[in-house]
Design a protein around this ligand. Structure first.
Ligand SMILES: [Zn+2]
Length: 382
């Protein structure tokens, strides 16, 4: 047990073990080193470790560590990957923890490899023999891209903790709600031809113009028909993100594509959003048969809502000193919730520092986080 690093040293080792996930192949890395590091540490504390390769990925793994036995208990979860970094905008080496101005700087200090250093610290003083219920630790892969790790975990695991905490950077404010996210590509297939003979072609840009009109009125309708006051943006959103079509001024445009994303409120299902899209485009699909199609760009993430008040949310409010709130970013929470446990997103560091150069964790959060995790472990495992 004496081989375990102290908090700062474990943070350093976690940050120095690169585990970037990115849709760009040149950035994307496996996470085997950090998973191995976590396995080595928690094994020394008596946890049983299982490591699972995540299907559809290259060298990406989930780790589940378990201490104690029986039903229920607490799951502490986080993702082992980080986003890529822009080296020129960092003032220090992103992979080397640098202490300055009462902060630890480094890629993943707050989002969210640092959380595992806190868990390790909280677990060092546990008397495993006295555990009444199990303590689980989960480290997932690819949260920053496809959430493949959490999806796979939810589909394949049959553990059922009573409660789960995902240690994303919420400034230690318990988060009980966030929106879902889906993105689609709408494709209009026209018929190209010489611009001097419009009647011989079908202009895809002209049809897309009408499609956009329908989407903008859907956006207005959603703002009127759906509302959740817990969010600062109270309605579901629809964003037209990218458009591409045609090749030359003197050709009738034969093909046009539009990428959009929609963010649903808790309570709205993917099927409901897709039905709304389908309804909005139905008149045009009838007017232009077989010319308009829409496809998912990548797997959607559901919205998340934890019922409250319940004992778990009240306890989290009490020990954090903050009221539960809703946030706009998506997390792995809806997948963890599929285990059947009450779920909160609650962790040190601020989302304002996540995905930014010079990401940091403030020293001022260290003691608070240690106390919070220890209280949670004693409440739900002893
Ligand atoms: Zn994160």
């Amino acid at each position: 047990m004496t081989n375990l690093p102290g908090f700062t040293e474990s943070l350093k080792q976690l940050i120095a073990s690169p585990s970037i996930s990115s849709m760009q192949k040149s950035w994307d890395q496996g996470n085997q080193d950090i998973i191995h590091l976590l396995a080595t540490w928690f094994e020394q504390l008596g946890f049983s470790i299982s490591i699972h390769p995540v299907p559809g990925t290259e060298n990406k793994f989930n780790l589940l560590a378990k201490l104690g036995s029986g039903e229920g208990g607490l799951l502490l979860a986080g993702h082992s990957d980080t986003v890529p970094f822009d080296e020129n905008r960092w003032l220090s080496d992103p992979l080397t923890v640098t202490s300055k101005d009462d902060k630890f700087y480094g890629l993943g200090t707050c989002d969210m490899k640092g959380f595992f250093a806190f868990i390790l610290e909280a677990c060092k003083s546990l008397n495993a023999k006295k555990l009444a219920k199990p303590l689980y630790i989960l480290a997932t892969a690819d949260e920053e891209t496809t959430m493949a790790g959490a999806r796979f975990f939810a589909q394949t695991q049959d553990i059922k903790p009573d409660v789960a905490i995902i240690g994303e950077p919420t400034s230690l404010v318990p988060v009980i709600m966030h929106k879902g996210h889906m993105s689609h590509r709408i494709t209009v297939q026209g018929q190209s031809g010489h611009s001097s003979k419009p009647s011989l072609g079908v202009n895809a840009i002209e049809i897309m113009y009408q499609v956009i009109g329908e989407l903008l009125s859907l956006k207005e309708k959603m703002a009127i028909n759906y509302c959740n006051q817990s969010f600062d943006v109270t309605s579901p959103t629809l964003n037209l993100g990218a458009i591409k079509g045609g090749d030359n001024a003197n050709r009738i445009c034969g093909h046009c594509e539009l990428d959009l994303d929609m963010r649903s409120l808790p309570g709205m299902t993917d099927a409901e959003l897709i039905a709304l899209l389908g309804e909005a485009l139905a008149p045009l699909a009838e007017k232009y048969p077989n010319r308009i199609s829409f496809d998912e760009l990548h797997p959607s993430s559901p919205s998340f809502a934890q019922e409250q008040p319940c004992e778990f949310t009240s306890f989290a409010e009490e020990i954090s000193g903050h009221k539960c709130c809703a946030v706009n970013y998506a997390t792995e929470a809806p997948f963890i919730q599929q285990l059947g446990c009450q779920t909160l997103v609650l962790g040190p560091g601020s989302i304002d520092q996540a995905h930014q150069p010079n990401e940091f964790l403030s020293f001022s959060e260290i003691d608070k986080t240690n106390r919070l995790l220890t209280s949670m472990i004693y409440k739900y495992c002893f």
